[in-house]
Design a protein around this ligand. Sequence first.
Ligand SMILES: Cc1cc2nc3c(=O)[nH]c(=O)nc-3n(C[C@H](O)[C@H](O)[C@H](O)COP(=O)(O)O)c2cc1C
Length: 195
Amino acid sequence: MALFGSNVIGGNTDKLLTEAIRGAEEAGCTVERLDVVSLNLSGCRQIYHCVDKVHCVIQDEAEQYHTMLKEADGIIIATPVMTYGIPGQLKSFMDRCQPFYMAKYHRNNSFISDEHAKIRKTLFICISGMNTPEVFIGPILTVKAFCQIIDTKYFDELLQNDMDNVKKIETKPDVMKAAYEKGRALGEAITKARG
Ligand SMILES: Cc1cc2nc3c(=O)[nH]c(=O)nc-3n(C[C@H](O)[C@H](O)[C@H](O)COP(=O)(O)O)c2cc1C
């Protein structure tokens, strides 16, 4: 499953994600891409319905994609940095995975079996406009927490800063290649883990 966090179809994040998906597919995986900004979803309302219920009380498109998230062997998350974090819609999608959190940590009965958790792996692709050392700290912390909540290993990352100067990611063939190779490595690791 690929989660795309940008609004810009055909933009730089999109190009890197497309390469990573190509790599994963060439390693034998089937990838379903979800453009998270296109989803009709609301944020978590903190009413704690999921403390003892499997499903979120809000029956919108975020909830519908939980099944896909549960079944996925691998996840690629590709997003730009926004305000030192990840874009709001993608963050809301992650927050809405609180039913995973409650099942795992509150009821000690994760949606993901131990066997499946050993297979599940996530590749994180993130780009930023600025070139500051701390620009990816927020996004990485969020994505690592998300990986723990939904029981998937934080397998690898591709971080590209300075996009305000780089402008077009295709002027960085090494980064495009890295996206393909990291997607492929993810796919190969999953295929191997499946046995
Ligand atoms: C609302 C908004 C907030 C942003 N905040 C940051 C930021 O805090 N730090 C940063 O380095 N870049 C920031 N950016 C720049 C984007 O990360 C950058 O332009 C990125 O290349 C966009 O990729 P995309 O066109 O593929 O979506 C922001 C962009 C937008 C639209």
